[in-house]
Design a protein around this ligand. Structure first.
Ligand code: MF3
Ligand code: CO
Ligand code: CO
Length: 310
């Protein structure tokens, strides 16, 4: 996921008073301001390249799946992911060394986010244990094109609450995907995700969203998973972007740990997320992050069937 944009502080001409000094953040979040953006419409050749990169990223998750067991460390999973990406798939791990402005370089191939970790969990010594819910998010570059996808895993013996949140996160993503059709707007995704979350008593993270993707990792637009009060762009065939709602069992607030990457729920409630890359077609949408291990969509999905013979 991508952090919502932050614009330069808007300063007033008056002398700062003590309340200004106490205010922790004088910036205005871009979610409140209409975007000025250029969304790249992909050519058929670019779409073909993105489909290959998307399948490779999805196949990397397929490869990792049998290793997601109690006792393995997230660092060991990351090493498996690096070796498979580089040596077997001949891809570049996009996250390794990735450095958005104002951040330290990301130190791993994967993001592995356990339980109350919302996203960007850094792999390390931590061992998976029974009942953990784990997001593994991978991004690979093939021939210059990015493939970005993530899934949830329940480790060993599931808990009721953990399994339920993983299922609801999956359905929240699909509710957003089903809102994609030419003529609609990006706000439709947020409306659909939020409505599904509301119905099920879970919250949608607001500080991170999906993103356009192509030769760039994080392209325009920012994809909100909740409704915003400003005009959003229309879907146009050839647009490619991710839908990757993070949903929390508790409140939507998040906070970043001291490592500068790991995002956790403020209330330490469980968080879950799935991610696909979506192409706008002439009649609806297609999924570009698809492989043998991609789970079938939920029953309410009418717009897409998993291709046979993957
Ligand atoms: N894959 C994440 C996304 O969905 C981005 C991870 S950036 C990293 O957008 F640097 F943390 F790896
Ligand atoms: Co993404
Ligand atoms: Co991702």
């Amino acid at each position: 996921p991508r952090r919502i944009g932050v614009l330069s502080p808007i300063r007033t001409a008056r002398r700062p008073d003590s309340r200004d000094r106490l205010r922790s953040c004088s910036t205005i979040k871009q979610q409140h301001i209409p975007h000025i953006m250029a969304i790249h419409i992909k050519t058929p050749e670019e779409i073909a390249g993105l489909r290959i990169a998307g399948r490779l990223a999805s196949e990397l998750l397929d490869y990792l799946t049998p290793f997601v067991k109690p006792g393995i460390t997230t660092g060991e999973l990351d090493k498996l992911a690096y070796d498979y990406t580089v040596n077997v798939q001949k891809c570049i791990p996009a996250c390794l060394g990735y450095q958005p402005e104002g951040m330290t370089p990301y130190p791993a191939t994967t993001c592995i986010s356990i339980n109350h970790v919302v996203c960007h969990g850094i792999p390390g010594e931590k061992k998976l244990k029974h009942g953990d819910i784990v997001n593994i998010d991978v991004t690979s570059i093939k021939d210059g094109f990015h493939g970005d996808t993530s899934r949830m895993f329940v480790v060993g013996k599931p808990t009721i609450a953990g399994k339920r949140l993983c299922d609801l996160a999956f359905k929240t993503m699909w509710a957003g995907i089903e809102a994609v059709r030419p003529g609609g707007t990006f706000n439709d995704i947020g409306i659909a995700c939020q409505a599904f979350a509301d119905k099920n008593g879970i919250s949608v993270v607001r500080d991170y969203g999906g993103h356009g993707i192509g030769r760039g990792f994080h392209e325009e637009p920012h994809v909100h998973h909740f409704p915003i009060n400003h005009p959003t762009p229309k879907f146009v065939p050839g647009m490619v972007f991710t839908i990757e709602p993070m949903v929390n069992a508790g409140r939507y607030g998040v906070t970043m740990l001291g490592d500068g990457w790991t995002v956790v729920t403020r209330d330490r409630s469980l968080s879950a997320q799935w991610e696909h890359m979506v192409l706008v077609t002439e009649t609806g949408y297609d999924i570009l992050t698809c492989s043998a291990g991609t789970p079938e969509p939920p029953d309410f999905v009418k717009g897409w069937k998993k291709p046979e013979g993957l």
